[in-house]
Write a protein that binds this ligand. Structure first.
Ligand SMILES: C[S@@+](CC[C@H](N)C(=O)[O-])C[C@H]1O[C@@H](n2cnc3c(N)ncnc32)[C@H](O)[C@@H]1O
Ligand SMILES: [Zn+2]
Length: 276
């Protein structure tokens, strides 16, 4: 529910014009729109999400068909152990109802929902895709859903978030560190070389290969832990087809998937702390 985010969101227009600091204007969240003290206004969609993009979404934003394929893969439990590991980590880090968890590039908010359920912390789902935001807005009662670009100043006031999640999604480390509260942490899931290698080799897929992680060690964060998560999955033809359809292959004449396949989930869960 978007009204939950009252007191945490910042006007994206004022942030872009004035940088951080005094220029950051809180957004007051009403029933149909969110407004700042300088008269900028953003519509709350009837499906419950707040669009802070201030323009059309880019062409690479996930489509409704991609989000539906992702939901089916999640409903089948293919990534269940990854979600459970994130829930464990959030619980172990003491996250509770007074702190917020942000998922950047949240998609259908599958991982965020798990963390919200396990900790009682309210969640903020951020994605550039309106199709994803629509689904995330309904994912759980304590999730607020916004459309925003992770590569621009995040529409959040400074130091308002207890835990940032970034799962297979783009990461803006400078902005993540700005929005974290003292003691706050960042959890990042990246694919390893063996991740869905069977599917990748058979169909020549892009976008689910090895994730680059050098930036995690060089920026404003230091690595606190890196947990490998690996297990076998038996994919039916329908699930294999959805795994192809939920990623960037959907934009590039995706191959027809006729057969099931046994494959590996092979990822790393990184936990990072601000350096200062
Ligand atoms: C591979 S999906 C991962 C979604 C979700 N975290 C999951 O693992 O199920 C990447 C997500 O990042 C979103 N995304 C891509 N570029 C973005 C950007 N610049 N700002 C915000 N979200 C972005 C996409 O729309 C998509 O939902
Ligand atoms: Zn403003």
């Amino acid at each position: 529910m978007i009204t939950l985010a009252q007191g945490r969101l910042a006007c994206p227009v004022c942030l872009t014009r004035g940088g951080n600091g005094p220029a950051a204007q809180p957004l007051q969240i009403g029933t149909q729109a969110a407004t700042c003290g300088h008269g900028h206004s953003f519509d709350i969609a009837r499906q419950g999400y707040l669009n802070l993009l201030g323009g059309a979404q880019p062409r690479h934003a996930d489509t409704a068909a991609m989000v539906s394929a992702r939901r089916r893969v999640h409903a089948a439990g293919v990534f269940g152990p990854v979600a459970a590991a994130l829930g464990d980590l959030a619980q172990a880090s003491g996250l509770g109802p007074d702190q917020w968890v942000l998922e950047a590039g949240a998609g259908d908010a599958y991982y965020l929902s798990q963390v919200v359920d396990r900790t009682g912390a309210p969640g903020l789902a951020l994605d550039i895709s309106t199709a994803a935001a629509r689904v995330a807005a309904k994912a759980a009662p304590r999730i607020a859903s916004i459309v925003a670009d992770v590569w621009r100043p995040l529409p959040l006031l400074d130091h308002t978030i207890g835990l940032v999640l970034c799962v297979f999604a783009p990461r803006n480390l400078a902005e993540f560190v700005r929005v974290l509260q003292p003691g706050g942490r960042l959890a990042v899931v990246t694919p390893n070389p063996g991740h869905l290698a069977g599917l990748r080799q058979r169909y020549g897929l892009i976008g689910i290969g090895e994730g680059k992680t050098a930036d995690l060690q060089q920026g404003p964060f230091r690595l606190a832990s890196a947990e490998p998560i690996g297990y076998s999955v038996e994919l039916t033809a329908a699930l294999a087809s959805d795994l192809v359809a939920m990623g960037p292959n959907a934009f590039h004449d995706p191959p027809a998937v006729a057969d099931g396949i046994g494959d590996q989930i092979d990822v790393t869960l990184h936990l990072l702390e601000p350096r200062q």
